[in-house]
Write a protein that binds this ligand. Structure first.
Ligand code: AMP
Length: 430
């Protein structure tokens, strides 16, 4: 006997009616992005492994432990085997595309958004998957396009606040920080290393390693026992130069002017190496425990150059769509599945063709219609219709001949006769 196959651990099928919520979220996201004049970019789901090694950073958990990487075999003598990776995030791909297509040559800011799957080999749990979806956006361009302006940071954050409000997410918190420019960072990292040297042996094994390889990541440690030590470490805010301090103050002033509430957290560093200056997270208190980070992002002024491109400062974010959906479901309770406007039940197979033509007419008028089959017993048709639709339209021989349909509205419990020409408008309101 053959074993049944299942979706791979950490991946899942999304099914109706839940997919209606995914569609709604994506529609609202597209509408909001359009109002801020963003255009959609679609990059491949796999890329050269080097892109992530260089762009995201060798020392990050993502690159060190979580990537799906394989050696892609050469199919012809002329081809070389190549190390490929399923994208664990989309910013590196967007910046690669920006460089490859010379988007900076227009001299204009590029405002790009994406919606799509990402892949990380993490330990699966509720809200954490190996194939998950992100909705993200990036603003990137040559410095002359204004890409470095703190107005961009504030605008992105204000757009996110608007998006979450329009999606109906309640109780979100914006936390932000400045992790400094590429000239502030080395001074801070040196200070961190020095402060960590005498205490690192008391910390978790990850921190002991990070203290040497990537001290900034120590601040990201979630181990409760390490927190008192982390509290005593130097703060990045004390190592920002005048330009970084002013930039951050202007981002905050922009948020104040728009009335977007925030908290500054001097420990917020985030997991990806490419961030400079503004970094941020939006969290929502739900039953999701430690997985309450709904979205994260920040500035990556040096990323394009790290990938061999021109100077192209940028800022972006990625929303975890799976978590967004979980939060919406938790906050909305069990909302009833949407129902069709009408179920058309032919009585006798001779009425099937009439029913189909009637369904076509109503669907073209914008209604959502289900159709039955004339062989079904009437009682069964009523039961099915009640599950799927708000109304049942009966098509018997009389109805087909007279063009006067029998309609029952389930909520009202009433049966009425409606001429075919008036049916669409009657069903729209009932
Ligand atoms: P990051 O790309 O790590 O900054 O993550 C941005 C957002 O993507 C997070 O705030 C999460 O909401 C979401 N996310 C990251 N990893 C996963 C995962 N394995 N499963 C589901 N969502 C994720």
């Amino acid at each position: 006997m053959s074993t049944t196959l299942k979706a791979v651990r950490g991946t899942r099928d999304l099914l109706p009616p839940e997919t209606a919520l995914w569609e709604r979220v994506e529609r609202i996201a597209r509408e909001v992005f359009a109002r801020y004049n963003f255009g959609e970019i679609r990059t491949p789901v796999f890329e050269d492994t080097q892109l992530f090694a260089r762009g995201v950073g060798e020392e990050t958990d993502i690159v060190a432990k979580e990537m799906y990487t394989w050696e892609d075999r050469a199919r012809a003598q002329s081809e070389k085997a190549q190390s490929l990776t399923l994208r664990p995030e989309n910013t590196a791909g967007v910046v690669r595309a920006y460089i490859e297509h010379k988007l900076g040559d227009s001299g204009l800011l590029q405002k790009l958004y994406y919606i799509g799957p990402q892949f990380r080999r993490e330990r699966p749990q509720k809200g954490r998957y190996r194939q998950f979806y992100q909705i993200g956006a990036e603003i990137i361009g040559p410095p002359s396009s204004g890409s470095e302006s703190p107005l961009r940071d504030a605008e992105v954050l204000e757009m996110l606040a608007t998006l979450l409000d329009e999606l109906g997410i309640k109780g979100w918190t914006l936390t932000l920080n400045s992790v400094g420019s590429s000239s502030d960072r080395p001074r801070y990292i040196a200070a961190l290393k020095e402060a960590l040297a005498p205490v690192k042996d008391k910390m978790c094994v990850d921190c002991q390693r990070r203290a040497e390889t990537n001290p900034l990541r120590v601040l990201d440690c979630k181990h409760p026992e390490d927190q008192p030590i982390i509290e005593t470490l130097p703060r990045i805010a004390d190592y920002l130069d005048e330009a970084s301090r002013t930039h951050f103050a202007q981002v905050l002033a922009g948020l104040d002017a728009c009335g977007v509430k925030y908290t500054v957290n001097p420990r917020l560093v985030r997991g990806l190496d490419y961030y400079t200056r503004t970094t941020f997270e939006f969290t929502v208190e739900t039953g999701l425990g430690t997985q309450n980070a709904l979205l994260g992002g920040g500035r990556y002024d040096g990323l394009s150059e790290m990938l061999g491109g021109p100077k192209a400062p940028g800022i972006g974010f990625a929303i975890g769509e799976d978590r967004l959906i979980l939060i919406l479901q938790a906050q909305a309770g069990d909302a009833a599945a949407p129902k069709a406007d009408a179920y058309i039940a032919p009585i006798g197979e001779a009425q099937n063709a009439y029913a189909l033509a009637l369904a076509r007419e109503l669907r073209r008028a914008g209604l959502t219609i289900e159709t039955g089959d004339g062989s079904a017993r009437l009682k069964k048709s009523f039961e099915t219709a009640d599950k799927l639709a708000r109304n049942i339209v009966l098509v018997g021989e009389d109805e087909a001949q007279s063009g006067i349909l029998t309609v029952k509205n389930f909520a009202a419990g009433e049966q009425t006769k409606i001429p075919r020409a008036e049916l669409a408008s009657a069903l729209k309101v009932s």
